[in-house]
Design a protein around this ligand. Structure first.
Ligand code: ADP
Ligand code: F6P
Length: 319
C-alpha cells in the first residue's frame, strides 16, 4: 500500500491550488500517509526541491490565491531522459505516488510518470476551464468572479460617459471566462473562438446602436483572438462611440478563492488521496454536477471540450 505521497503544482497558478493542497495533506495524514511537497512543479523533481510536510502545513493557506509550493513550466520535461531523472529523485525519497495539480500540459507529464512506475493523479488546476474531463477547473469560479467584479466597475465609469468599453479577457484559447462573464455582466457582445464574429458587421450594428443613444456599450473579447487595440480604434473612428480598452490580464489569476472554489478544491484533494490509497493511479479528477469523477488520463486528453451551446443560446436570448 502506498505510504509516501508527493504533491506539485504545474503550469499557470490558479486560486484554489492551496486549498487542494490542504485537502490532500489532511486526508493523507488521516489515512496514515507521509506527505511531501515538490516545489516549482516538475523542476522540483529534477532539482530535488522536495520537503516532507506535517498535517498542519497548509492550515493558514485556505484564503490565499496562487500556489505556496510555486509553479513552473519546464519544457524539457517532455524528454524521456528528464522524466527518468524525476523518477530517480522520487525513488530517493521513497515517494511512490504523486498528485499533479495543473492543466492538460501537466497531465501529459503525469501520464508519462505513471507509465514509468509512479502512480499519478491529475487535479484540474487552471483558471481557463479548458480541461474536458472536468465540468469546472480549480480556479475558474474565482477568476470568473474577479472578471465580473472588474467588468462591473468598468461599466460604472463607462456608462457615466455613455462610452463603449472593450474588455479583453484572459483564458488562453478557451471561451469560458468570456462567455460566463458576458452573461453575468449583461454584455452587448462577446467575441470568442466560438462566436465567429464578423467585425465589419459588428461595426455596422454599432453605428445603428449609436443613433439610439444607449447608456453604454459593453464588448467582451477573449484573449489571443484578435488585436483588441485595433478593434477599439476602429469602433472609435467609425461608429462615433468614445471607446476605451481594458486588458484584465494577470489580475484574473490572483485573489482569494471563493467559497465554492475552496470546497471543490479541498474535495478534489481528498479524493486524490483516497484513490491513491486504493491503488488507483494514472487518472485525473473532475467534477460532473455535484459529483467527483475520475477518468483515465489517456482518455481524458482525447475528450472534446464542452462548447456550451446552451449558454450561447442564453446569451442571445438576453441580448
Ligand atoms: P498547463 O499544465 O497549465 O496546461 P503547460 O501546457 O505549460 O501548462 O504545461 C505545464 C508543464 O507540463 C510543462 O512546462 C511541462 O513541464 C509539462 N508538460 C507539458 N507537456 C508535456 C508532455 N507532452 N510531456 C511531459 N510533460 C509535459
Ligand atoms: O493558463 C492560464 C493562463 O493564465 C492563460 O489564461 C494565459 O493565456 C496564460 O496562462 C498566461 O501565461 P503567463 O502567466 O505565462 O503569461
Amino acid at each position: 500500500m502506498v505510504k509516501k505521497i508527493g504533491i506539485l503544482t504545474s503550469g499557470g497558478d490558479a486560486p484554489g491550488m492551496n486549498d487542494a493542497l490542504f485537502g490532500a495533506i489532511r486526508a493523507g495524514y488521516k489515512l496514515n500517509k507521509e506527505m511531501y511537497v515538490v516545489k516549482e512543479g516538475y523542476r522540483g523533481l529534477i532539482e530535488d526541491k522536495i520537503e516532507k510536510v506535517d498535517k498542519n502545513y497548509a492550515d493558514n493557506l485556505l484564503t490565499r490565491g496562487g500556489t505556496i509550493i510555486k509553479s513552473a513550466r519546464l519544457p524539457e520535461f517532455k524528454e524521456d531522459k528528464v522524466q527518468y531523472e524525476a523518477i530517480e529523485t522520487l525513488k530517493k525519497h521513497g515517494i511512490e505516488a504523486l498528485i499533479v495539480i495543473g492543466g492538460d500540459g501537466s497531465y501529459m507529464g503525469a501520464k508519462r510518470l505513471t507509465e514509468k512506475g509512479i502512480n499519478c493523479i491529475g487535479l484540474p488546476g487552471t483558471i481557463d476551464n479548458d480541461i474536458a474531463s472536468s465540468e469546472f477547473t480549480i480556479g475558474f469560479d474565482t477568476a470568473l468572479n474577479t472578471v465580473v467584479q472588474a467588468v462591473d466597475d468598468i461599466v460604472d465609469t463607462s456608462s457615466s460617459h455613455k462610452r463603449c468599453a472593450v474588455v479583453e479577457i484572459m483564458g488562453n484559447h478557451c471561451p469560458d471566462l468570456t462567455l460566463y462573464a458576458g452573461i453575468a455582466t449583461g454584455a452587448d457582445y462577446i467575441i470568442t473562438s466560438d462566436t465567429n464574429t464578423n467585425i465589419d458587421k459588428l461595426i455596422e450594428e454599432l453605428k445603428i446602436l449609436k443613433t439610439k443613444d444607449p447608456d453604454h456599450v459593453l464588448i467582451l473579447v477573449a484573449e489571443k483572438l484578435l488585436d483588441t487595440n485595433a478593434l477599439t480604434k476602429r469602433i472609435s473612428d467609425e461608429t462615433g462611440f468614445d471607446t476605451r480598452l481594458t486588458v484584465l490580464g494577470h489580475i484574473q489569476r490572483g485573489g482569494k478563492p471563493t467559497a465554492m472554489e475552496r470546497v471543490n478544491a479541498i474535495r478534489m484533494g481528498t479524493y486524490a488521496v483516497e484513490l491513491l490509497d486504493e491503488g488507483i493511479g494514472g487518472v485525473c479528477i473532475g467534477t460532473d454536477g455535484n459529483e467527483l469523477i475520475h477518468t483515465d488520463i489517456y482518455d481524458a486528453l482525447k475528450l472534446e471540450r464542452n462548447t456550451h451551446q446552451d449558454l450561447y443560446d442564453v446569451f442571445n436570448l438576453i441580448k
